[in-house]
Design a protein. Structure first.
Length: 340
């Protein structure tokens, strides 16, 4: 007989519910509640590459700053002596914060834009019926197309929980005067009142539950596309949720992951994930480490860039990103903390 305890009432062992959803632009600016969980914030993030092969990973977050969140725009780039992704203040200093953001719907598109009296360089993000346009004044202009349906997952727990809805876009444009291509996600997070992603009452990072979590997309030179979300961790947590150029969706919680730590025990040398009967591997980009996040917004989950592919897949990628994390303090593979 197992020496582990049964999970408490209301706890399903971190089992997630995953699947596709209809993409509707106005949903990206809504702040209503779902499943009793309140709006925690909206995340815009992704990675771009220029014609010289340099990487630019960027985020813009909108949240209720009165609850401790930060409404900020951050750009990391590999244009530095280390050759990995570091904060590049020349690209985001002076950018307006997301405080007092103006939202609305015009001609079937939703938008977030800086107020007319904003302090700093303004911004505008427009979510079209099947497109995204993101402009940061004097720094960046990106335009792109929607990649498949929206994807979402829901993680209920006894007293906390997370509902996470995502939309992915393949984009191109200019950043600091350079032509760039890549992927951008527009995600919305709902949590218990007062909770914060990577902070208070987060059932993943706060409970040391997940071993790995990546959002990724790849457009191949033959025109095919795959992209979505991979995550796995302890107890019953884990999922593979992704779509393709035919808008077919794989949504399974039958996954197992194994992290191969790098020499510094932070950034992985490889991650393997089995989703049903398919084996995937994460190939870290040699420029993809993000050391400036360590000890800050993600204190225990080193972030890095790379590419996910099926083991043995020989298709040649054209445009890709895979931004995610491991959690060294949590372990490298699944363990069980409860009896099932």
């Amino acid at each position: 007989m197992s020496k582990l305890q049964w999970p408490p009432r209301g706890n399903f062992g971190y089992k997630a519910l995953v699947g596709p959803h209809l993409y509707e632009p106005e949903r990206l600016i809504e702040t209503r509640s779902y499943f009793g969980l309140t709006w925690e914030g909206a995340l815009h993030y992704g990675t771009l590459r220029d014609e010289e092969g340099h990487l630019y990973s960027l985020t813009r977050r909108f949240c209720d700053s009165s609850k401790g969140g930060r409404n900020s725009f951050i750009v990391q780039s590999t244009r530095n002596a280390d050759g990995c992704l570091h904060f590049d203040p020349t690209l985001f200093q002076g950018a307006a914060s997301g405080d007092n953001v103006v939202t609305g719907v015009e001609n079937g598109s939703a938008f977030r834009r800086s107020p007319s009296d904003v302090k700093g360089r303004g911004y505008e993000i427009v979510y079209g019926p099947d497109s995204l346009h993101w402009e940061e004044q004097d720094v960046m202009q990106l335009t792109g197309r929607l990649c498949g349906p929206g994807l979402h997952w829901y993680l209920p727990q006894t007293d906390v929980g997370t509902y996470y809805a995502s939309a992915m876009f393949q984009v191109e444009g200019t950043l600091d005067g350079r032509r760039v291509r890549g992927f951008i996600c527009a995600d919305t997070v709902f949590m218990r009142e007062g909770a914060m992603l990577y902070g208070v009452d987060d059932p993943l990072a706060g409970h040391h539950t997940h071993v790995t979590w990546y959002t990724w997309g790849t457009r191949y030179k033959d025109g095919s596309f795959e992209g979505g979300h991979f995550s796995s961790g302890h107890d019953r947590f884990g999922f593979a949720l992704y779509t393709n150029d035919k808008e077919e969706v794989v949504a399974t919680t039958n996954v197992e992951a194994l992290v191969k730590p790098g020499d510094d025990q932070n950034f992985p040398k490889a991650v393997y994930l089995r989703a049903d009967n398919e084996l995937w591997e994460f190939l870290p980009d040699r420029k993809g480490r993000m050391p400036d996040f360590l000890g800050k917004s993600q204190p225990s989950t080193p972030q890095n860039e790379g590419r996910w592919r099926r083991v043995g897949d020989t298709r040649e990628p054209d445009v890709w990103f895979a931004w995610g994390e491991t959690s060294p303090a949590t372990g490298v593979e699944r363990t069980f903390r409860y009896r099932f």
